[in-house]
Ligand binder design. Sequence first.
Ligand SMILES: Cc1cc2nc3c(=O)[nH]c(=O)nc-3n(C[C@H](O)[C@H](O)[C@H](O)COP(=O)(O)OP(=O)(O)OC[C@H]3O[C@@H](n4cnc5c(N)ncnc54)[C@H](O)[C@@H]3O)c2cc1C
Length: 424
Amino acid sequence: MKNNSLLKVPNINSKDAKLKKLIYEVDESLFHADNYSNEEFEHLCICSGGTTSSCAKNGFTTLDLRKNYSKIHLDKKTNLVTIGGGVIMGDLVNHLQKHNRSFPIGLSKLPGAGYILTGGVSPLSRAYGLAIDNIESIKGFLGNGTFISLKKNQINPEEQLIWEAIKGAAPFFSIITEIELKTIQSNPIKVIEGFVNLNELSEIIKLSEEFPENISLQWIYAQKIYIYIFAELNNLEDKRTEQNLMLLDKFPALEKQFYENFNKINFFPKELNLYELNANNHSEVISLLGEDLKNDIPIFIKCLGEIMDNKPNNSCYIASQQLGGKTKKLNHGASFFVHRKSTWKPWIYASWKKNDLQEKEVALEWIYKSWSKLKRFYPNIHLAQLHNHLNSHEEEITLAFGNRMNELKTLKNIFDPQGILPPL
Ligand SMILES: Cc1cc2nc3c(=O)[nH]c(=O)nc-3n(C[C@H](O)[C@H](O)[C@H](O)COP(=O)(O)OP(=O)(O)OC[C@H]3O[C@@H](n4cnc5c(N)ncnc54)[C@H](O)[C@@H]3O)c2cc1C
């Protein structure tokens, strides 16, 4: 085995993949269709944070952006930050923190630019929008090798569709090497966290659907249920924040923690025993989208209990994060994150011992069954992971891009006619 045939990335499926070739630079050779086998539906894999199962595949070439596209530069006058396409979110917020700035990253510091390009749902999104809503400009290459450089408010009519599709569907037709982002003032955070039971979760979801924009709920149901209520303290909202947080005093197991800034928070404590980074396991995750549960909370809680009773192994979990507020607004311009009404993004995770194909089948079946039960509450998909290697791919992309699916297909045909990038 050659040295370069494996990729060191957090996702174990991708880490174990035996690559055909590893490339660090976007060069012309990437865009020659002859380099990709037709029979294997071979395409180029792109790696930024390397947290998904699609950044490396057996026998495929990976373009690893982490080495040569990792610069981070904050313009202190404009407070805009420019990052390379291979920057991970932890490095971004650590850099920004030195200047008392921040960015609405997600629940983990590990994801890379894929987090931003696929939408980017943060505990801060209700106040600051999705990650894509904070994109000011991008540079990169289309699947046909053409260089692109696009800047908000300076987009020609013929570039408009590309600009909108970059925000939510970039991986299907482009390689993004540079992104300019708005940053936000870094504020202290109060987190109320701890284990709860299903009844308590039900009550807390009800309260959270009335939260102001600076507060969000995230919960995870693995062996037990753990919740985080995340409140950004921004002075303006402090009184209202306190009033809302006081409603949680009745849950005795919850603890209040104060953090100087977002960077100091580590979600998902070790006590949850999550399998995400377990080197012996491979995994998949599907992310859903839906609106407030309102009167359906009790039926949802019953359904959740049933799903968890049927989990085939202890790795399986269901979690959810809250969006809404600013993510519902369209004043950042249209994008390919089409389900703007969504206020909840649950995700279903399962893993299996790698090489155990039977266990894999059972785990995936649990994901699909759970998804079909949850569809009545969360009918849409957040395409945060590309699943063109799974049977669910077609349904996922249809439910992710909705009425913009045909436009995406057109873009793919025009700008990636040879199918160099991941297939739709
Ligand atoms: C622990 C954990 C927590 C998470 N929490 C959240 C969360 O809170 N909110 C949320 O919205 N998501 C969350 N995610 C999902 C994550 O943001 C997405 O899966 C994202 O796509 C991962 O991006 P990546 O760069 O790390 O992955 P990679 O595997 O490197 O890339 C993912 C896909 O994006 C494409 N891609 C990546 N970079 C580029 C680029 N520069 N140009 C073109 N295509 C590119 C690749 O083709 C690849 O298929 C979480 C994931 C993990 C593992």
